[in-house]
Design a protein around this ligand. Structure first.
Ligand code: DGP
Length: 120
């Protein structure tokens, strides 16, 4: 799947749409999800143009991959989730219902999160 530069996260990265930013560095932007599923629900995205984890894992540089993983951990710590616990999730493709075709990692926390996935 080719990267679509008109997707909503690309527009956030270009500053065309506002976001509630929680973290930014050279390679990564993180902001609060517009439709939170938990008291803390943050989206962590690479600044590079990657459709999903499939694309990111194959094409991104080691520096970009390291930056994203380190950002997830740092955000969880600064949000106070490291002790109580949190969940990360990344959707790829149709079976996962990925909605936004720019790679993003969801970080959920702030309450007990239940079992991993439903059977539906
Ligand atoms: P996914 O299904 O994994 O592609 O999740 C996409 C998430 O993006 C979903 O939880 C809602 C969130 N989202 C969609 N549009 C916007 C937006 O304009 N701003 C923010 N902050 N989040 C958005």
């Amino acid at each position: 799947m080719a990267y679509d530069p008109s997707n909503i996260f690309a527009r956030i990265l270009r500053g065309e749409i506002p976001c509630r930013k929680v973290f930014e560095d050279e390679h990564v932007l993180a902001f609060r999800d517009i439709n939170p599923q938990a008291p803390v629900h943050i989206l962590v995205i690479p600044k590079g143009a990657y459709v999903s984890l499939d694309d990111f894992s194959a094409q991104a540089s080691p520096a970009e991959i390291a930056a994203l993983v380190r950002a997830v951990g740092e955000i969880a710590r600064t949000q106070g989730l490291a002790e109580s616990g949190y969940r990360i999730l990344a959707n790829h493709g149709a079976d996962s219902h990925q909605e936004v075709p720019h790679f993003h990692v969801h970080v959920f926390g702030g309450r007990p999160l239940g079992r991993m996935i439903s059977k539906a």
